[in-house]
Design a protein around this ligand. Sequence first.
Ligand code: ADP
Ligand code: MG
Length: 372
Amino acid sequence: MSLNLTYKNVNKIFGEQSKNPVHALNDVSFTIEPGELFCLLGPSGCGKTTLLRSTAGLESISSGQILYGDKDMTLIPPFRRNIGMVFQSFALYPHMNIFENVAYGLRVRKTPDEEVRKRVTEVMELVGLTEELKRNPSPTGLSGGQQQRVAIARALVYDPDILLLDEPLANLDAKLRRYMRAEIRRIQKATNITTIFVTHDQEEAMAIGDRLAVLRKGVVEQIGSSNELYTKPNNAFVSNFIGKMNFFNARLTGEHQATIDTTSTRVDIKPQNVRLPLQTTINPGQAVLVGARPEQIEIQAQHSPGLIKGEVQIIQHLGQFVRYEVVIDQAISDVPMEIDMPYMLEGVREHDAVFVSVKEGLPFLFLPEVRN
Ligand code: ADP
Ligand code: MG
């Protein structure tokens, strides 16, 4: 039976009594469903590892509750929690063969030898290491990907209630990392153990998770499926963390109208995807951000009214589309626009002038704030 995992108003403050306390988890509340593969995503230092270590009982929380199913685990020590953990640095024992590495959690639980053999064989089959188990080398005789599989087998062998994976693919090369995403999903779905997968890589989180939570400075900014976060981000930060978002500084000029208004340019845009915090109203004249994904912007070589002038920095042909990096007036955007065109623009080279327009209807409207 898989368990749900619930966080209720969890706070973790490191150095509470010190001069510089760090509020690593700030009122975190959410529930992970039984058997769910849940991704925790956020930039380095946002509190991902702290949340995992708190879940395992390796870190005591400052306030709040953590529940496995209906059972309050907040004060239960780690060795009574039946947690499986996998780390970025596989943390295998080099002096033991892979059989004993995987068997370790069963040995501490005083499992009979015959049962140990059966379980290790089964779990090694699940992670695709049957052949390696026959040779039974030390982990140092395996590739990085195989070592990671041993680490996963070791965490699964005693049938944990919860599986916690902290950036487990970060040490693998790019191609293997992509392959292991699907493997981790397959293994997790086969065992149906409630799982948290931590990563700072949005593509990885979107590919692996049933749902994901975006964490920033200890605060859960949004929870949802990849598609929900991509199409309905709660704010500018989430929108630019889940996929790329370009931002234009603008001013609200009507109910569904924002205007980019500088000395050189005046353009009205009608964002349909208004993403404001609940109970927020904004008034005409107020500063806003218009957001547009790379495929929601177009460029052309000729000027016509209502376009924003820019200069191409870099052109990259990426197969299905061509990516243009375009610098526009700093007052509108202080970072270059990333614009994906379905074709190469005739006669436009790097350092040429181009004219930018936002596609009708599609763009987002956000409150101005820190964007990353
Ligand atoms: P992430 O895993 O998302 O990179 P962490 O959970 O490791 O982030 O860290 C969150 C914040 O808590 C960071 O500011 C980090 O410096 C701080 N932190 C983590 N562990 C400790 C500790 N043992 N003592 C003091 N500060 C810590
Ligand atoms: Mg970490």
